[in-house]
Design a protein around this ligand. Structure first.
Ligand SMILES: [Zn+2]
Length: 171
């Protein structure tokens, strides 16, 4: 009898658990250390975490965040529209102002947090650009271990901005 022996790319204990990683991503924090920032500007993921050096530019969030946002906002706004328009006599101009505005605000407000959560999920499972062992946590000593990687970057994505070498941050 043969057992299935395909080890995960990284021992699971080195990574942040799923819920915590997704929560960190949701609030614009690095899923690995929770200190550095995930996004440099709106929706633009940093090449690497400025605190622990985790490489983040290989993520493949792609269409999942907007899909989830549409799903969520559609249900929230759809429910509110039904409840309020059926229950109250709302003037037309209010309906035509409030609902599109609410939809827009919710969609734009949730898009980046949702993308962060999806990236947190990909990080926890070692998907896509997160296959390598994450850098060791905790301070200057840990930061120097294996952060810079071996030039696996996928090219293209403008990214010299947050390219601080890991371990430089906390002197
Ligand atoms: Zn980090």
């Amino acid at each position: 009898m043969e057992t299935y022996t395909s080890p995960p790319p990284v021992p699971p204990q080195e990574r942040t658990p799923l819920v915590a990683a997704m929560a960190r991503g949701f609030v614009n924090r690095c899923p690995h250390c929770g200190k550095g920032h995930l996004f440099g500007r709106f929706l633009k993921v940093r090449p690497a975490c400025e605190a622990c050096g985790l490489e983040m530019e290989g993520h493949r969030a792609d269409d999942l965040p907007p899909y989830l946002v549409i799903f969520l906002v559609g249900h929230i706004v759809g429910y509110l529209v039904l409840e309020i328009e059926m229950g109250y006599d709302v003037p037309l101009w209010i309906s035509m102002t409030v609902w599109p505005l609410l939809t827009l605000v919710l969609a734009l407000g949730l898009l980046q947090p949702m993308k962060g959560a999806v990236i947190g999920l990909q990080y926890t499972f070692g998907m896509h650009g997160f296959g390598k062992a994450p850098p060791a946590r905790g301070g200057p000593l840990g930061g120097t271990l294996g952060g810079t990687g071996t030039g696996e970057r996928r090219g293209g994505e403008a990214g010299s901005r947050a390219g601080d070498a890991p371990g430089f941050g906390s002197a």
